[in-house]
Design a protein around this ligand. Sequence first.
Ligand code: NOJ
Length: 512
Amino acid sequence: MINFTTFVVFCFCLYESFSYCKEYTFPNNFKFGVATAAYQVEGAWNTGGKGENIWDHMTHTNPSSILDRSNGDIACDSYHKIKEDVRLLKNLGVDFYRFSISWSRILPSGKTDHINPDGIRYYNELIDELLANDIKPFVTMHHYDLPQPLQEEEGGFLNLKLADYFEDYADVLYKNFGDRVRDWTTFNQPTLICFLGYSGEFIAPMITRKDGGYLCGHTLLIAHAKAYHLYNKRYRASQKGRIGIVQNIFWFEPRTNNIEDLQAAEAANEFNFGWFANPIFSKEGDYPQIMKENIEYASKQEALPKSRLPEFTQEEIELIKGSADFLGVNHYTTFYCSPVEDKSIEIGLFYIPDMNTNCIVDKTAEGSSSSWLKVKPTGFRKALNWIKQQYDNPEVIILENGISDAGNLLNDCLRVNYYNLYLTEMLKAIHEDGCNVSGYAAWSFMDNFEWRSGYTQKFGLYSVDFDDPARPRTPKMSAFVFKNIIRERKINWTYTPDGFRPCERSKIKEEL
Ligand code: NOJ
């Protein structure tokens, strides 16, 4: 005989399609954080001896390149708000804060001819304040904001010499902050830095060379590996930290189960993620085979003397292979792919010509204020499984995940549901599939400058009033929900913080 309570739980479980019964918790050593990037939050663009970077330059010389003609001159003014921001972080209960260091604040010319004392002071104060509050600094060395002189005088990442300048910059960072920073990542989203910045007009420096993305990628991979080996040689023994890289993984699904679509999706995953992950995390190293083949073929068709994709020497392959202690991953959404010859669908938002694949968003899915970002939580689990399979289950730390809205709601149910859904899928990947995910950072700590979309798309847990010179921060409902997730170490679908209206049940939850 079953008693009444068991019966009620049984019914509830059926009602909840069993998901409640399989309520996973975050492993004991799992770490939570929130993320930002220097240009998006710091402001103080020319304060204390900071040099100009490519975003300062682009927003000032070409204001119409930004949707609302805004810039990051002041942004969230985080440069002046260390104490206030760390207090908010402490209140969230995070284990770590992922922020990026502005290369131009440390080295105004991009090179080590002058190390800016105010830059060192600023990040020292931030790091010390975090540590005093038991929050680990998780540092990105480069998040899109290259010093302008390196762009103007050296050609930016098209020039392999940048790998040496990056290594010198990394040296300055290890030397000054490495006694307290244990978690480093070199580049944020190299695929996007290169493809969107050097083969497209999507982000600074808006160069549109067909080979630009690949040349840039080559430089970044060598730069990353140099920074990693430098750490091993000079700092690892005494500082005992670890070095990773942050790769964005959009999940690319086949649009149908046709073999052509399956191959198209695989190509898209390799061109986007494998481009940087294969050289570092695969056993054999080097670029994915499909990239080498497709780009060589296309280059021949164009009668080029050699492939647009540069070749690594064997020595470089060895230098890059294994050059990371963990894999940082940003994930937001899923695209659906078909071969580009399939003219029945329009060309999608994210299109790399050589992959011969066209990937589109699911227009019918719940959206956000970013046209590329639809709510597709199951893609997160699939992406994590793909990483596990391709690269022998490396340690993965999610360093960005989140959703945008227009920023007009403190009762931000879209974001609350998004986090609950995506974290549920991540928990399944950990518990059911054995994916080695050890941490998670929400993007973003607060609303900020969303690159070419300016301040029109808001990703923050905290709202920021950009019309008020004091840039006050106000917690949204999602800040309380995230805090509760960290506190309870599980997803609690029924939690509604005081003063907020409960969210409507996400339809997607019912389908999972
Ligand atoms: C990833 C980028 O790293 C970050 O800077 C950006 O704001 C988010 N995606 C949202 O688009």
